[in-house]
Design a protein around this ligand. Structure first.
Ligand code: F6R
Length: 606
């Protein structure tokens, strides 16, 4: 949430910063801003809305300085206004950009106001600008100024500050929010992730929590939270430059839906060793140790975890609990100390998931992460990474990262099932062969879109709808409801089909769309009865079903049919029509598919 950028070098800072912000816009798009220093003064430009608004504003007043900072905002404290957009400037001396939340800002603001500071915004972040200005007034610079500010603030932050009087210096600090420093000849830059500046340099330093740094072109002095010099490793980042190209598709989301066969195939190749054996990235010692799993994740990643629970419990007989990361550490859960924790995260930066993971590690659990961004905070903190190789996901609604997560989870279930003797070698091999067929089956499902568009054209008129599923398709129904609501703003809820009669059936009224995912498995008869119960009360029935079972669903108002597949694979294959239904409904409605309102791709606040 919020992307920050800083640059000192030889090029026009505003050009570099805008280009880098474009690659960080996935982190927030409520407003954007930039400040540079030229001829001994700040040049500030901010605009409400997406980055293109800032670009338009900048073209009217170009900036020439070689040092600057920039920001793309996901609003937390204070509405979406220009005054609340970053950077914030205090006393024409200091400018800051901030990602995170300064939790004690209320008390700091009261103190600063009592001391005569006047605030121009409603944000928590502006206190940082005033605290740095106060430090400058006290004659503090560099490390001393940073320590002055750090001693006062609590919360999550990644920040960068520049001073009119020191136009070759940038101060940075990090706690819980991500920040990478990029180094090149005569240049220093910072960004919320290394991929955003991979077009500038791949030589990066990742700050650790509590680190502060004084940056000048070609040099970075860093101290840890106790004030001791910290020798942070200079690494060559493997992050690929974030592509800002839709490759001929209308939206990144559409492109990413179509990239799923490759994302799944690439992920699967990381699960298989050089001899063709499915290891799921786990050694035998790792597998021995696993007697209970707690999955920590948020949103779509948590639904992937729920589906993983069905697979791991059924195929490996290992108990799994799935926890909403935002709840886990605060509810003081009873920890099974012989278990392991698996975080699932596309971005590897969700603060809730990172904090839950740290809590699990503090309780003595070995930690794993199923993560798409290999140099992310979560990937760097866990004992073992089980990578998803989906490639950069730009569309805010997760699609290919989700099916890549499912690929890892099914691989893990097969691996653990075989290791713990629940699956025979033959059965495990047969399942692995099925897994290898998934990219092809997903490709076929993607090509069945023509059935979905007319249904989406009707669905766009709904104000509410329900998604139903049983077994492994129940968590997928939750995910399908999330996709529809976040993209099209239509209220949608997912239920276990068998739960309807216990209350939610009261919601059914004439014409309410009830969308059901149906598998060709022994429970399908029960699911179809649940659908008839809904239809008898006036619901419009839409089913997503495989060929054979669809022949029994002649009573549905609309039936989206996909080729038959083995039911164990159902969440992987059925995810596709669920995604396409949400995509086309949003498209028909004309909402912002790639950047839905109020959302951000990487959620680095609690
Ligand atoms: C929904 C979506 C979110 C994320 C959630 C966790 O389409 O993308 O629900 O899944 O914010 O994000 P990660 O996986 O990056 O931790």
């Amino acid at each position: 949430m919020c992307g920050i950028v800083g640059y000192i070098g030889t090029e026009t800072a505003s050009d570099i910063i805008i280009d880098t912000l474009r690659r960080l816009e996935y982190r927030g798009y409520d407003s954007a801003g930039i400040v540079t220093i030229d001829s001994g003064q700040f040049h500030l430009c901010r605009a409400v809305g997406k980055l293109k608004q800032l670009e338009a504003a900048l073209s009217a007043c170009p900036q020439n300085g070689h040092i600057g900072i920039g920001h793309t905002r996901w609003a937390t404290h204070g509405g979406v206004t220009e005054a609340n957009a970053h950077p914030h400037v205090a006393d024409d001396k200091v400018a800051i950009v901030h990602n995170g939340i300064i939790e004690n800002y209320r008390q700091l603001k009261d103190e600063l106001v009592a001391e005569g500071c006047s605030f121009a915004s409603e944000t928590d972040s502006e206190v940082l600008a005033h605290l740095f200005a106060q430090a400058a007034d006290n004659g503090l610079t560099g490390k001393d100024a940073l320590q002055h500010v750090m001693a006062r603030i609590s919360g999550a932050f990644a920040l960068a500050a520049i001073f009119v009087e020191e136009p070759d210096t940038m101060l940075v600090a990090r706690n819980a929010s991500p920040l990478a420093i990029g180094m090149a000849d005569g240049v220093i830059c910072v960004a919320s992730d290394a991929a955003a500046m991979a077009h500038l340099t791949r030589t990066v330093i990742y700050l650790k929590d509590g680190d502060i740094g004084v940056l000048r072109p070609g040099s970075a002095e860093i101290w840890d939270k106790s004030g001791m010099p910290a020798n942070r490793e200079l690494i060559v980042s493997s992050a690929s430059p974030i592509m800002v190209d839709k490759g001929g598709y209308r939206h990144f989301m559409e492109k990413e839906i179509h990239e799923q066969p490759d994302a799944i195939a690439n992920t699967l190749s990381a699960m298989i060793d050089g001899t063709g054996r499915l290891t799921a990235g786990m050694s035998d010692v790792d597998c021995d140790r696993i007697s209970h799993i707690v999955i920590l994740a948020a949103g779509t990643s948590a639904y992937a975890g729920e589906i993983g629970r069905y697979w791991i419990e059924q195929l490996a007989g290992i108990a799994v609990t799935v926890e909403n990361a935002s709840e886990y550490r605060y509810r003081h859960p009873a920890i099974q100390r012989d278990g392991v924790a698996i975080a699932i995260s596309q971005s590897g930066e969700s603060l809730d998931t990172l904090m839950a993971l740290r809590y699990a590690a503090e309780q003595g659990l070995k930690t794993y992460a199923i993560v798409n961004v290999e140099e992310s905070s979560i990937a760097r903190e866990v004992d073992t990474v089980l990578p998803t190789r989906a490639g950069a996901e730009i569309g805010v609604a997760s699609t290919k990262a989700f099916t890549a997560q499912l690929t890892v989870l099914l691989s893990l279930a097969i691996r653990l099932g075989r290791h713990h003797g629940r699956l025979s070698d033959d059965k495990a091999e047969a399942l692995t062969t099925l897994l290898r067929s998934v990219p092809g089956a997903v490709g076929q499902a993607i090509n069945q879109t023509e059935q979905i568009r007319p249904i989406a054209a009707e669905l766009k008129r709904a104000t509410s709808c329900l998604f139903l599923g049983r077994g492994r398709l129940y968590p997928l129904a939750l995910e399908a409801a999330l996709k529809l609501k976040e993209l099209s703003y239509i209220h949608a809820e997912g239920f276990a089909a068998g739960e309807m009669k216990h209350g939610p059936i009261a919601l059914i009224e004439e014409g309410l769309p009830v969308i059901c995912l149906v598998d060709n498995d022994p429970l399908s008869e029960k699911t179809l009865s649940n659908l008839k119960e809904a239809q008898a009360r006036g619901a419009t029935i839409i089913t997503i079903a495989s060929q054979t079972i669809s022949e029994e669903i002649d009573f549905a108002d609309h039936n989206i049919v996909i080729n038959d597949y083995d039911p164990v694979l159902s969440p992987l294959i059925m995810a596709v029509p669920a995604q396409l239904l949400a995509y086309y409904t949003a498209f028909e409605k004309g909402t912002d598919v790639d950047q839905p309102r109020n959302l951000a791709k990487s959620v680095t606040v609690e």
